[in-house]
Design a protein around this ligand. Structure first.
Ligand code: AMP
Ligand code: MG
Length: 467
């Protein structure tokens, strides 16, 4: 099995293998993804040992398994020693990283047990697949396997599980911080350019081009988060992938009522990772990435700092352009123009002032344009009259159908599925498949309650890091 990370300086990872579990069982299996990756026979449900491969009891290539070191700013505080404390990179499947999470201790485990609980594993499966089907760049989940072992967590004893995570790359901002601490940032930068941004190699200043490529990709992802109402919840630098893929779904949640200050994570007391704060935090994280590149830049250190500062400052205009376009798109305009900006901005102010349900409001606007008679809030009546005059209805309906999710994974719906998995309901694969098909628009709405906001639930909802 190919393991690309073995090319890196050996101090950036540990060669290590998963710790076998008592009783491997296959709980969730992502058949469409397996097909896309053209997985080997051992990773198909018809193979007698399939569950053992998904817990790490069996390995396709024992030599390929490793754990990666990384550092990270956690809630703004720098920790130089993080790393895959409960994860093993097993190699590449169909050109993507295959990582087991919950697969046992490594030298990066610090005080942890190296394991993952079933609830967070199921949440990762549902949220990653939901994000993917909503068009948000995201790592995906190939399988969730049970371990037959208990893990001790905040809420008490829980069942253990192992997640199979699939992503284009697990290089994080924190990976660069770790490499910088060891004087190995150039090797990591060259590797990242080769793996993810080969065009940067031909630029006049390849490392500056790398920075800009990463910034562009992360802005794209961030704007998708705002488009669908995704709150990541723990945007530490170790949880930001340079590929731009959304990952680490531990404390994530979806926005119900439109509130920029919305926070669900139980440990985010200051609202550092609130919905509306994700923009400045992403820029802050990119600044931490830029800092690691200082030694690689042309000219003196002062020149390097000036160049990278300007690069980080370019985030604002690049983000604004992408964000304003998204805000206009959600209302059926192809781009943000001086002609439509007053109207578009007036809508977003109304949305914020009234904290309407984010997803539902755009569905109502779509219905309105279709000539149906949705129950629009009275504050919107005058606005919709003007909107209808300004917008090209046919064009707008096509655009709005593309950018506005008909349905999002609502917090109470996801929690209900997680509880069903924890109770051991036998048809959990079917339940999850049906739900994801409904979100993707490829299946019917088999549960009449799906898609109905539950503001009361959201008000008391809290998420946990799942560690
Ligand atoms: P996360 O909150 O999942 O992004 O993890 C932050 C850091 O804590 C990473 O270095 C993880 O590998 C580590 N970690 C989280 N949970 C565990 C655990 N149960 N055992 C060992 N390390 C863990
Ligand atoms: Mg993490």
């Amino acid at each position: 099995m190919r393991q690309v990370y073995q090319q890196l300086p050996s101090t950036l990872f540990q060669v290590t293998q998963p710790t076998p579990v008592n009783e491997p069982g296959l709980l969730l299996y992502n058949a469409p993804l397996a097909k896309q990756l053209a997985v080997p026979n051992e990773l198909t449900p018809s193979h007698s040992e399939v569950a053992a491969y998904f817990t790490g009891n069996q390995l396709l290539d024992p030599e390929a398994s490793l754990a990666m070191g990384y550092a990270g700013h956690q809630f703004g505080h720098y920790n130089p020693q993080l790393g895959d404390g409960r994860a093993h990179m097993l190699g590449q499947l169909g050109g993507y990283d295959w990582q087991l999470k919950g697969s046992g201790l490594t030298k990066y485990s610090r005080g942890g047990d190296g394991r993952c609980a079933l609830g967070p594993a199921v949440r990762e499966y549902i949220m990653s697949e939901a994000m993917h089907s909503l068009g948000v760049p995201a790592m995906r989940t190939l399988a969730v396997a049970t371990t037959g072992e208990k893990v001790y967590r905040q809420q008490g004893l829980e069942q253990g599980a192992v997640v199979s995570r699939i992503g284009a790359s697990h290089i994080r901002v924190g990976s660069f911080q770790y490499a910088a601490g060891q004087g190995k940032v150039q090797a990591l930068a060259d590797f990242t350019i080769e793996q993810l941004y080969p065009d940067a190699a031909n630029a006049e200043q390849p490392y500056l081009a790398l920075y800009h490529s990463v910034q562009t990709r992360l802005i794209e992802t961030l704007v998708h988060w705002y488009r669908v109402g995704f709150i990541h919840g723990v945007m530490n630098t170790d949880n930001i992938a340079l590929s731009g893929e959304t990952f680490d779904f531990g404390p994530c949640a979806m926005l119900g009522d439109y509130k920029l200050e919305q926070v669900y994570s139980s440990i985010d007391h200051q609202g550092r990772y609130a919905f509306g704060n994700q923009k400045p935090i992403m820029q802050w994280n990119l600044a931490r990435f830029a800092e690691t590149l200082i030694p690689l830049m042309d000219g003196s250190k002062d020149d390097a700092i000036a160049t990278l500062t300007a690069a980080v400052e370019s985030f604002d205009s690049e983000f604004s352009h992408a964000y304003d376009t998204m805000c206009a798109n959600k209302l059926g305009f192809s781009e943000a123009t001086s002609a439509n900006q007053p109207l578009v901005q007036e809508f977003w102010q109304l949305l914020q002032a009234n904290a309407w349900d984010y997803t539902q409001t755009f569905n109502q606007l779509t219905d309105f344009l279709k000539g149906m008679d949705p129950e629009l809030p009275v504050e919107l009546v005058a606005w919709t009259d003007e909107w209808q005059r300004e917008v090209n209805t046919q064009h707008a309906l096509v655009l709005m159908a593309k950018v506005n999710p008909k349905a999002v994974p609502r917090n109470h719906e996801v929690e209900a599925l997680i509880s069903a998995a924890e109770r051991g309901e036998q048809d959990i694969q079917h339940q999850v498949d049906t739900y994801l098909a409904y979100l993707a628009g490829t299946g019917g709405k088999t549960d009449a309650s799906w898609g109905i906001p539950d503001a009361q639930f959201d008000q008391q909802y809290q998420t946990f890091c799942g560690t």
